[in-house]
Write a protein that binds this ligand. Structure first.
Ligand SMILES: O=C(O)CCC(=O)C1=CC=C[C@@H](O)[C@@H]1C(=O)O
Ligand SMILES: [Mg+2]
Length: 333
């Protein structure tokens, strides 16, 4: 038996992970993050199913953290939940303004929308018209946040946030790439009253607390898979001492069930969570997907349907690729 890590006691053998592993390729309803299909590896442990789905370009060291999260959720100790349903935001990719209404309709009852901005190859004018359309459709009570994925430099961010402020933004997520840039943009835009949230600067930095320590953000966006699991994400929230928004990584409903579990265990949950993205998929692994109903998703384990696992099974070549990745990442646990 390999050495016992804290996230799953004891660490299941690799053979056990491989025995239950299923790899799927799911079509997206809307291109997002430059992809039209989402690949994911699902695993069944003693607690139920979990998802291992680092993006394809991530290296093994980063991906091993995502595997730690899956192993914890399927085999390890998970914390008690404090709530049974989680309010979620609609997620609006960087689409043409004419597609905004169709996308919002996929998110039943969501009072909050997160809109992607600063997409490479697009202009601020396109961002402004997309955000304006969401504001028009949601009305004055809708809550609107934007996510730039670090796509602006500090001057561009200052200009864009100033231009978008008229839409009453709840926050701007990752306007710039680095922690020092976030510190600077937060200083420059403070007078506008638009809070800054950090996502990549939490999940991709070696030290997820650096953002909080440097005063680089008002809010943290936390994702269970990239942070290495629910308990690690809860530790980050406790140590950072900032309000948390729980989000996800374009997961299947199985991955979203882990995100919902994290959101359910966070002591204070003041913001709607980025866990409604099953609605961006045009197929899922379960007949009972975690779609928003009345603006919220359930906190529950998700059991994939054998019919859907077969129907959306990845090609033999992609399955082998994922199993090799699983083995390499397991070796890093
Ligand atoms: O937070 C949401 O509304 C949905 C999740 C989401 O936006 C993301 C999922 C996956 C990859 C990321 O580029 C992206 C994000 O940056 O938050
Ligand atoms: Mg983000």
């Amino acid at each position: 038996m390999p050495e016992t890590p804290s996230f799953a006691r004891p660490l299941p053998d690799l053979a056990e992970l491989i025995a239950s592993a299923r790899v799927v390729t799911l079509p997206l309803a809307t291109r997002f993050r430059g992809i039209d299909e989402r690949e994911a590896l699902l695993l069944e442990g003693e607690n139920g199913w979990a998802e291992f789905s680092p993006f394809l370009e991530y290296d093994d060291a980063e991906s091993a953290t995502w595997l730690r999260a899956a192993v914890e959720f399927a085999w390890g100790e998970v914390p008690a939940v404090l709530r049974r349903s989680i309010p979620v935001n609609a997620t609006v990719p960087a689409v043409h303004v004419d597609r905004v209404a169709g996308i919002l309709k996929r998110f039943d009852g969501c009072r909050t929308a997160k809109i992607k901005v600063a997409e490479r190859g697009q202009t601020l004018v396109e961002d402004i018209s997309r955000v304006r359309r969401v504001r028009d459709l949601m009305g004055p009570e809708g809550r609107i946040r934007v996510d730039a994925n670090g796509g602006w430099n500090v001057d561009e961010a200052e200009h864009a946030i100033h231009a978008l402020a008229e839409f009453d933004l709840e926050y701007v997520e990752q306007p710039c790439e680095t922690v020092p840039e976030l510190v600077e943009i937060r200083r420059r835009t403070k007078y506008m009253g638009v809070p800054i949230a950090a996502d990549e600067s939490v999940r991709k930095e070696d030290d997820p607390i650096a953002v909080a320590r440097s005063g680089a953000a008002d809010i943290l966006v936390l994702k269970a898979q990239p942070l290495g699991g629910i308990r690690r994400a809860l530790d980050v929230i406790a140590e950072a001492g900032l309000p948390a928004v729980v989000s996800s990584a374009l997961d299947t409903s199985v991955g979203l069930s882990m995100g919902a579990w994290l959101a359910a265990a966070v002591p204070e949950l003041d913001y709607d969570c980025g866990l409604g993205t099953a609605s961006l998929l045009s197929a899922d692994v379960t007949d009972d997907p975690l779609h928003a109903v009345n603006g919220s998703i359930d906190v529950r384990r998700v059991i994939p349907s054998p019919r859907l696992l077969d129907g959306y099974a990845a090609s033999a070549e992609r399955r082998d690729w994922w199993l090799d990745r699983l083995k390499r990442c397991y070796a890093l646990l």
